[in-house]
Write a protein that binds this ligand. Sequence first.
Ligand code: HEC
Length: 133
Amino acid sequence: MTKKLSSLNVLSLCLLACSLVASAAHAADGDWKRGRVYYQKVCTECHTAKAGGPIAPNTRTMADWTKYLNTDKHAKGKEPLKMYVSREYRANIKATNKAAEKYADVPDEQLFNDVKTFMLKGAKDGDSPASCL
Ligand code: HEC
């Protein structure tokens, strides 16, 4: 009886651990397609022009990106990354950037989450590592 109970306990602990892992993997639940468009048309466009080339999502792991995005420091810590997904930034560039124009009214947090979802999905160990930008 005791033995049976303890193996049940082990089983429920395993199930709990699995569901925790699963929810961590789905923590970024944004619209990755919109995130990809924004990443390619806004982030990559500037990296190509000013950062020496594109920065592919598959150059880092999901854990690296999660840490990077939570820290919110961009360009060697010069500025918050979030400013580049803000409505204010989109409004500033939308005359010359179609993605910024298309998503001009998406709330900042939502767009940030979309970009994050794409970056995690495209990470080295993500669901579909993305090298081509
Ligand atoms: C207006 C230009 C510009 C835009 C827009 C831009 N970046 Fe950058 N980014 C840079 C530059 C410049 C660097 C390189 C800084 C250095 O190495 O000194 C950089 C570096 C990076 C790096 C390398 C690590 C770091 O922060 O130094 C990552 C990752 C990154 N950008 C992500 C993004 C994402 C995601 C977006 C879009 C939401 C974005 N960037 C939008 C200019 C830009």
